[in-house]
Design a protein. Structure first.
Length: 663
């Protein structure tokens, strides 16, 4: 009826104009008007759990560190070894950091030596969005390496957006805070043509890390200060964004380098205040992504990347014959990916992607294996998406071959890993959606697992993991009271076979396939926006995770069906933020239940529960040609002492200030 009425009105108007005298008709050319708006990315329509924080949310909540952002996600454990410069790794649903891929602008970050990525070397200052996908991602046009993980932490950096009359952007930020923390940041972008722009981001950070903590020895409590926890880092990132003309596609090239020099304070031990371990890290890579829509149905994407990583660990101690021990490791990786996306209709799409990587590790150990690894991954994926239903399936083929200069090497590994995900909206008049997914993961042992000194075991089998997820989602408005509400709840079951663990033998520790783990859990996420008045808005968010992750390897073992190390049964977080014309205020709460540091759940191995609170204030001023932003934070408001890793105390109450100029 609406279409008929519209057509009738249009025809009537034309007829009326045709009957008007010629001198009464006026024709005016109106100027073009461009409407730009950022749409809200829906996470409730996904067939697998997806959580995200965009730059606006990050700024509103006053989050300054990537690990702080990741802790906001449900089902995530961030292992933090304490201090300003502590190493930080991410584990999804108790599967371990080895199963979590970290993607930086669409290309995975690798570490063949340890298999874990330290996210502390990335900053939030140039980030547009941080997202966490669990299981099979709905995006089927990815590198094959992404398909091989149980979950993906995706970091998307900010691309420069120039106004019509501007060819450059400049941003300068100065951050400072407790424990000698100082962090200047500089960002510059230049438009060099209609289709070409460049950007450079640089930051320097230093801190002495000498924060106080309480040492408990029976009934005696003493106040101590953390030692050898200083850190100094430098990061430089340069990007080139280009279009190759009509039909030529687009290309993005990134050059990244990171250097850190830090002390390793070690665990807190009674009557031992000596800490002499030092760690240096250098990590650099250059990556290029090319994408071209060849026709309406075919899109081509290619990726090339080279990575260099160097680490030097040094410990000065009389227990060594030379008075010190120094371990030097150097990694080189050459990586390429090529894929094609085929979209025959609006509802159906398919992709085929092939990756190849050559990785080598050199170190200064006597008779070291000096391994070389060739990895081939091929992913075939298809997706059907129509109004109220979506189905995604994929099949990943893995082939890995190692070569060594000294010692034995494992046999070549081959595996096929299927995955499927399903989402359904039962009622067309309601946004409620049901989802379910399954994924098979095949984790090959790392170079450390296989070859590290006497601990390595070339007879290790790969870990085999199966993921199951079922949940429901809903998003929408509730009258005029709640502008936006999003709710998701998921139950999951994971099972890990041939889990790789370090196991003590007669004289030394060895890497062994001795574990089988069963993981049951549930995640709940809620977020809402509520306008309190015309100028004041309130944003609420919260998440809760319950996990029952137990060792089921041996029914006769003392730790049979005990919670696996560092996996709390309950975790949760919540935040409330107020946007006002005067100042924006946000409050964050993170609560973590008790955990156990070792496989046996005894009182001696228990790590106490804790709750941490933070408060943030920020205000933006629009001056003549400059935007000024001021922010102040209080972290760990209640001055709670807690450990993430046993005997590695985290800082108590601290403060941070930042000033940002955008030109």
């Amino acid at each position: 009826m609406y279409l008929v009425a519209t057509c009738f009105t249009a025809v009537t108007g034309i007829s009326a104009r045709q009957n008007m005298p010629a001198d009464t008709i006026r024709s005016r050319q109106l100027p073009d008007v461009e409407v730009v708006a950022q749409s809200r990315l829906s996470v409730t329509r996904r067939a697998t759990p997806l959580q995200l924080l965009d730059s606006k949310s990050i700024s509103r909540l006053g989050i300054q560190d990537l690990s702080e952002a990741v802790r906001r996600f449900s089902g995530v454990t961030v292992k933090d070894y304490g201090g300003i410069g502590g190493l930080k790794t991410v584990s999804i649903r108790s599967l371990g950091a080895h199963h979590t891929a970290v993607s930086y602008d669409g290309v995975s970050v690798s570490d063949a030596q340890s298999g874990q990525v330290d996210i502390s070397r990335f900053t939030l200052d140039n980030v547009e969005m941080v997202s966490l996908a669990t299981g099979q991602n709905d995006d089927i046009f990815q590198t094959a390496r992404i398909f091989a993980s149980a979950g993906v932490l995706d970091i998307k950096t900010r691309k420069p957006r120039f106004a019509d009359d501007k060819t450059y952007l400049l941003s300068a930020k100065m951050k400072g805070g407790s424990f000698g923390w100082l962090n200047p940041v500089l960002s510059y972008s230049q438009k060099t043509g209609d289709r070409l722009s460049v950007s450079v981001d640089a930051d320097y950070m230093r801190a002495d890390g000498r924060y106080p903590y309480t040492l408990v020895n029976g009934t005696i409590k003493t106040r101590e200060k953390r030692i050898n926890s200083d850190i100094e880092t430098f990061r430089l990132e340069s990007n080139l964004y280009g279009g190759l003309g009509p039909g030529g596609g687009k290309i993005e090239t990134k050059l990244y380098t990171f250097h850190s020099e830090r002390g390793l304070p070690g665990s807190v031990r009674l009557y031992n205040k000596t800490a002499t371990e030092r760690l240096r890290n250098d990590h650099s890579f250059v990556q290029t992504r090319y994408e071209n829509r060849l026709t309406e149905k075919f899109t081509l994407r290619a990726v090339a990347k080279y990575t260099y990583a160097y680490s030097r660990y040094k410990d000065v101690d009389d227990k060594y014959a030379a008075g010190f021990q120094e371990d030097r490791n150097t990694q080189h990786e050459y990586y390429g990916s090529a894929g094609v996306l085929y979209v025959p209709s609006d509802a159906l799409s398919a992709s085929l992607t092939t990756d190849y990587a050559h990785t080598q590790l050199n170190n200064n150990f006597v008779n070291a294996a000096q391994p070389r690894r060739n990895t081939s991954l091929t992913a075939l994926a298809a997706q059907y998406r129509h109004r109220r239903i979506s189905v995604t399936g994929s099949l990943l083929a893995t082939y890995i071959s190692d070569k060594v200069e000294n010692g034995d090497r494992p046999a070549d590994r081959k595996h096929l890993s299927p995955a499927v995900a399903f989402s359904w909206q039962p009622f067309h008049w309601n946004a409620l959606r049901l989802r379910a997914s399954y994924k098979d993961i095949f984790r090959v042992p790392t170079f450390t697992d296989l070859y590290y000194l006497r601990m390595g075991n070339t007879g290790l089998k790969p870990e085999k993991t199966k993921q199951y997820n079922a949940g429901l989602t809903w998003s929408g408005e509730i009258g005029e009271i709640v502008r936006y509400l999003s709710v998701s709840a998921d139950a999951y079951y994971n099972r890990v076979e041939d889990k790789i663990v370090a196991f003590p033998t007669l004289y030394i520790w060895r890497m062994m396939n001795m574990g089988e783990v069963e993981i049951k859990g549930a995640d709940v996420n809620v977020s809402a926006e509520i306008p309190l008045s015309g100028k004041i808005n309130m944003m609420l968010s919260g998440s809760y995770t319950w996990q029952y992750a137990v060792d089921i390897t041996d029914p006769d073992a003392k730790n049979y069906r005990h919670q696996i190390p560092y996996t709390p049964r309950h975790t949760g977080n919540g935040s409330v933020a107020f946007e006002t014309p005067w100042v924006n205020v946000s409050y964050l709460l993170t609560a973590v239940g008790e955990r156990y540091a070792l496989p046996q759940n005894t009182k001696a191995n228990r790590v106490d529960a804790y709750a941490e609170q933070s408060l943030s204030f920020n205000r933006t001023f629009d001056l003549k040609n400059v935007t000024l932003r001021l922010q102040a934070e209080i972290i760990n408001l209640a001055d709670t002492q807690y450990d993430v890793i046993q005997y590695y105390p985290m800082p108590g109450r601290s403060w941070r200030l930042s000033v940002t100029f955008n030109l």
